[in-house]
Design a protein around this ligand. Structure first.
Ligand SMILES: Nc1ncnc2c1ncn2[C@@H]1O[C@H](COP(=O)(O)OP(=O)(O)OP(=O)(O)O)[C@@H](O)[C@H]1O
Ligand SMILES: [Mg+2]
Length: 311
């Protein structure tokens, strides 16, 4: 998929501002940005739900405007999860969607079965949709997106509004979609979800592209040697001033501050070697360290830095 100078204006508001983005090959790309950044707008233009004010969008090299049928022929989309009739079964509902896609009658049953199998809903295919959990309903929506045998799958916040179990279910399905050679482009507000599921990250803000890179490159920008890392240490017993002072004197430690007597926030020089040494030193101090974790993820640090700079 490719956006060239993609622009969308709503009156005076510029929702997309000359967006250029080219994503090729089978991969899973997380699409991040704060509320109102232009994610849904981008996805809607790519599926021809709305028209751009300027620029072009291509899927598989075909213009979405000029060649909609061919461009979207092998594209599966899930934007603003539709409510499916609760009295239908997944089988029936998906057969109807298959018909809308113009899939031949002789092929329909097979395609529906395959899509249901991919979202692991075989057991439920003849139950009423009204009886399914939200996560299962969303899996049926994803199955609908799979009916055209897509090479490109566009998902707008597929896990939003689901409870933790539903989120995990849908996330696992998205992960399993990666097994076939497809390009998955998924917007999300959940940085841990993107870290978990995606290989690459696009970040936009105010309709402008801030970054498009591998997850690894994006997250290493702010955790490389020469930078600092903040971690939180939990202790089984309260730390006294002498303990905190001793920690301050450990190698590579820059500062130690008590959030409360059992939780300390420690800043140290980044690097795997430094971290290994620090864990060892803390263990040797025998102060009852029960956990050692970063209060935010590397992707979160990068995201916050980029969004802040762009504001
Ligand atoms: N139909 C519309 N009319 C006027 N303004 C709109 C319309 N649709 C979107 N906008 C505006 O365009 C901007 C981009 O909105 P968009 O929905 O693409 O953001 P988003 O990144 O999907 O945000 P969110 O994370 O909240 O879903 C916002 O400022 C929004 O208010
Ligand atoms: Mg949106």
């Amino acid at each position: 998929m490719e956006a060239i100078n993609l622009t969308k204006k709503y009156g005076n508001l510029i929702a997309l501002d000359n967006l250029n983005l080219k994503i090729e090959g089978a991969r899973c790309v997380g699409f991040l940005g704060p509320n109102g950044a232009g994610k849904t707008t981008t996805l809607k233009i790519f599926t021809d739900l709305i028209r751009a004010s300027g620029g072009m969008s291509f899927i598989n090299g075909l213009s979405v405007h000029e060649n909609k049928r061919e461009a979207l022929g092998h594209c599966g989309t899930l934007i603003e999860s539709p409510e499916i009739y609760p009295s239908l079964t997944p089988n029936k509902a998906l057969s109807m969607v298959a018909e809308l896609h113009g899939i031949e009658r002789s092929e329909r049953a097979n395609r529906v079965e395959e899509a249901i199998a991919e979202v692991k809903m075989d057991e439920w295919k003849d139950k009423k949709i009204g009886k399914l959990s939200k996560g299962m309903k969303q899996r049926i929506n994803i199955a609908a997106a799979l009916l055209p045998e897509p090479e490109v799958i566009l998902l707008d916040e597929p896990t939003t509004g689901l409870d933790p179990k539903g989120m995990t279910e849908v996330r696992n399905i998205v992960k399993s979609l990666k097994k076939k050679n497809r390009l998955i482009f998924m917007s999300s507000h959940l940085l841990n979800e993107v870290s978990d599921v995606c290989d690459q990250v696009v970040i936009i803000d105010h309709g402008k592209l801030l970054v498009y890179d591998s997850l690894e490159n994006v997250t290493s920008r702010f955790s490389a040697n020469g930078t600092t890392i903040v971690i939180e240490i939990s202790l089984s017993k309260p730390a006294d001033e002498a303990t905190i002072n001793k920690m301050r004197s450990l190698s590579n430690v820059i500062s130690v501050e008590a959030v409360d007597p059992r939780n300390l926030r420690l800043v140290f020089s980044a690097g795997a070697g430094n971290q290994e040494r620090l864990v060892k030193d803390l263990g040797a101090m025998d102060v009852g360290t029960i956990s050692f974790k970063a209060p935010s993820s590397a992707l979160e640090d990068t995201y916050m830095n980029l969004i802040k700079d762009g504001a």
